[in-house]
Design a protein around this ligand. Structure first.
Ligand code: IDP
Ligand code: MG
Length: 138
């Protein structure tokens, strides 16, 4: 069993896509261990995306991620990290495979509907950034 961290990003929440994203998660056999809706502060967005702070898109990314509420989730299942990245599709919706969340719902390379951890270490860090261990009993 593995856990990963997922976000329904502001563009998706704003357009009422949270339910559809959850439906795809559950249909895939991954389970939702924890979930919460919140509005990221600028400081939280900058900390969360710290790895990208030198990139030209960093400021715009933080602006977008704080533009409205998000839904943060912990997903669990065998190979959850890879499976959730597969359901999301490539970062750029134009390059994402048909049937993936980003292909179906992403607006552009920035407003791409969802986030997913890329490795076990980042998954653990990202989960701990948003959830206390007592919230992870589901
Ligand atoms: P990922 O979300 O597929 O792991 P990353 O490269 O980690 O992609 O980038 C984090 C987020 O930053 C992306 O999901 C997207 O919202 C945004 N982003 C990535 N590349 C670009 C870009 O070239 N322009 C604008 N935003 C970008
Ligand atoms: Mg990433």
């Amino acid at each position: 069993m593995e856990r990963t961290f997922a976000i329904a990003k502001p563009d998706a929440v704003r357009r009422g896509l949270t339910g559809d994203i959850l439906k795809r998660v559950e249909a895939s056999g991954l389970s939702v261990v924890a979930m919460r809706k919140l509005h990221l502060s600028r400081a939280d967005a900058e900390k969360f995306y710290d790895v990208h702070k030198a990139r030209p898109f960093f400021s715009g990314l933080c602006e977008y991620m704080t533009s409205g509420p998000v839904v943060v989730m912990v997903l669990q299942g065998e190979n959850a990290i890879t499976r959730w990245r597969g359901l999301m599709g490539a970062t750029d919706p134009k390059k994402a495979d048909p049937g993936t969340i980003r292909r179906d719902y992403g607006i552009d390379v920035e407003q791409n509907a969802t986030h997913g951890s890329d490795a076990p270490e980042t998954a653990a860090q990202e989960i701990a950034f948003f959830f206390a261990s007592r919230e992870l009993l589901g």
